[in-house]
Design a protein around this ligand. Structure first.
Ligand code: F6R
Length: 615
């Protein structure tokens, strides 16, 4: 959440900063700002709204070849220009951009105010710049005049998370930075260096990067980075090279990123399966897990942890694992898991599932598992992300860059990666080679079935009319088994992209309460592929119809259940275990087209951000 970009070298800074902010805008888009050091000293520009607004405010030829910039997702303080970053200290000679949360803001602010500091914003971040400034200018302090020492002393007083970039007008040749819980990556160019919240901002300029670690405090100049720890000890940081998956992420010929990413699913799924399936053995291999047959055989239970869409993918994964591999599996919401003091079975295996690899709640859950000696592996899209690195082992889902705030292709690839793992595990436990080969064939056929559906998606626009009907007060999504998380994912997508109130329920649970909400013509969307629960789901949808609701059914092509629908949306049939990869597609399109019909900002829905790096 929030995007940070900084650069130092010989090129004009603002061009690089604004370009970087555009690339990071998915991390937050409430307001944006930048500070550069030019011939007239430290210059500050800030604007409420998108990076576009800021770009309009910054003179194109603004001199200065060192600067820091920020795109904000508000935590403390409303969306105003005063609350936009960068923030200045009282001297106006130190500027800070911050990503994260200062938890002990209140006592620190009270102390600074008692010492006479006047705050200009309501943000927690402003506390940081004043702390740094006071220590830096305090003649009594051993850190006086020393940027890194002043930052270390200030950060020792702070509780919370931070990724910061700091400009000192006295030091116009260097950017100073520190990381604790909020990602930062340094880019190394030729006589030009960069800093960003994620590599997406760096790819046009360099592929040589250094990922900062929690507890790092660093000085970056045109020639590179010198990293130290909070105790002042030096760090020998490894230089890594970003691979080719970084750098796509434009809209191509599509009007929106979300639509492009929906249509990328067949290729994304093929990438995820490629090289991992062993057709003749009816199994799969995932080298990144580094688990041998004996270890796979010993796993007592599997926990799958994620947030939002990733959590629903975890639920689908848990269903797959338990059904096919017969190993107890449970999906958990990361923000709940980490705070409930969970019991960690030493023979359990946990998966932390995340597109961005930066989600703070998921990171917190990983720490909790590791602290208790548990084993946790990543199921992550972004290569080299914090979660991938914290876990050490895992599976990359290979969706390619997902830039729309609403997750689509990452959901599918999370499910596909977990399906591959399930096959591998099941073959070690209960599944015969013969059965395994059948599942392998069915899984390999899914990308083509997805392609086929997307070429002819059925009457989605009629469903959009139901949803946007002025009489519609909410939309109910129902499904059972593996289709219950698909229902929840459909509801989440429609809420976040179109701002339509939705409820998702396991179909059998509806009669225990939500049925009271049904009114004449209320839209009910039922996910009912041809599986062993289909007939039970059919009874539940009859209960809805009996109360005057309009029922749309997403079902397997050719299934007679269509007869019971007011609107039938067939999807190609696959093994019921893999059906979420098909049944989710109409729901993604429904959210997209409803958002479009209602004039929503599809790729940047209000109040949201792509990478949720605060708790
Ligand atoms: C929904 C969505 C969010 C994310 C959630 C987890 O479309 O994008 O619900 O799924 O914030 O994000 P990651 O997967 O990056 O951990």
């Amino acid at each position: 959440m929030c995007g940070i970009v900084a650069t130092v070298g010989s090129s004009q800074a603002t061009r690089i900063l604004l370009d970087g902010l555009h690339r990071l805008e998915y991390r937050g888009y409430d307001s944006a700002g930048l500070a550069v050091i030019g011939p007239d000293g430290l210059q500050l520009h800030r604007k409420v709204g998108r990076v576009q607004e800021l770009a309009g405010d910054v003179p194109e030829d603004l001199p200065g070849s060192i600067g820091i910039a920020h795109t904000r997702w508000a935590t403390h303080g409303e969306v105003t220009e005063d609350n936009a970053h960068p923030h200045l200290d009282s001297s106006g000679r130190i500027a800070v951009v911050h990503n994260g949360i200062i938890e002990n803001m209140a006592p620190l602010k009270a102390r600074l105010e008692a010492e006479g500091v006047v705050f200009r914003s309501q943000t927690d971040s402003e506390v940081l710049v004043h702390l740094i400034g006071r220590i830096y200018r305090d003649p009594e302090s051993p850190a006086c005049g020393d940027p890194l020492a002043a930052m270390r002393s200030a950060l020792r007083l702070v509780r919370g998370t931070w990724g910061i970039a700091v400009l000192f007008a006295d030091h116009p040749g260097a950017i100073f930075t520190a990381r604790n819980g909020s990602p930062l990556v340094v880019g190394l160019g030729d006589g030009q260096s960069y800093l960003a919240s994620d590599p997406q901002a760096l790819v046009p300029y360099t592929r040589r990067v250094v990922f900062l670690e929690d507890g790092d405090v660093a000085r970056i100049d045109a020639d590179g980075v010198q990293t130290t720890r909070m105790d002042g000890g030096a760090v020998d940081s490894a230089i890594e090279t970003l691979d080719d998956t970084w750098g796509e992420g434009d809209r191509g010929d599509y009007p929106h990123l979300m639509l492009k990413e929906i249509h990328e699913q067949p290729e994304a799924l093929e990438r995820c399966l490629s090289g991992r399936i062993v057709p003749e053995g009816g199994t799969a291999k995932l080298g990144g897990l580094d688990l041998d047959a004996r270890e796979l055989g010993r796993i007592s239970r599997i926990g799958l942890i994620g947030c939002g869409t990733a959590y629903y993918a975890c639920q689908v994964g848990a269903e797959l694992i338990e059904k096919l591999a017969r190993v107890p599996a449970k999906a958990e919401i990361a923000s709940e898991f980490r705070h409930r003091n969970p019991v960690i079975d030493p023979d359990a295996l946990f998966f932390a599932v995340s597109q961005s690899g930066e989600t703070a709640d998921t990171m917190g859950a990983i720490r909790e598992i590791q602290l208790k000696g548990g084993r946790v592996m990543g199921v992550v899209n972004v290569v080299g992300s914090s979660i991938a690195r914290a876990c050490g082992h895992g599976v990359y889902i290979h969706s390619g860059p997902e830039m729309a705030v609403a997750s689509t292709k990452a959901f599918s690839n999370m499910v596909a990666a977990l399906a591959v793992f399930t096959l591998m595990l099941a073959r070690q436990r209960t599944l015969s080679a013969h059965e395994g080969r059948r599942y392998v064939e069915q899984l390999r056929a899914v990308p083509d079935l997805v392609r086929r559906y997307l070429a002819n998606p059925g009457p989605i626009d009629t469903l959009v009319e139901w949803v946007t009907d002025p009489r519609t007060r909410m939309v109910l999504f129902l499904g059972r088994g593996g289709s219950a998380p698909v229902a929840a994912e459909g509801a989440l997508k429609l809420m976040e992209v179109a701002y339509v109130p939705c409820i998702a329920y396991p179909a059998g649970e509806m009669k225990h309460g939500p049925i009271a909400l049904l009114e004449r013509d209320a839209p009910v969307i039922v996910i009912a592929p041809r599986d062993e629960l289909r007939d039970k789901t059919l009874s539940n949808l009859q209960e809805c119809k009996a109360r005057g609701a309009r029922v749309a059914i997403i079902h397997s092509d050719g299934d007679a259940i269509a007869r019971h629908a007011d609107l039938s949306i067939p999807v190609p049939e696959t093994n019921p275990l893999f059906s979420p990869l098909l049944t989710v597609l109409p729901l993604q399109l429904l959210a997209y087209r409803t958002g479009l019909a209602l004039g929503r900002d599809i790729d940047r829905p209000r109040n949201l951000a792509k990478s949720v790096t605060v708790e």
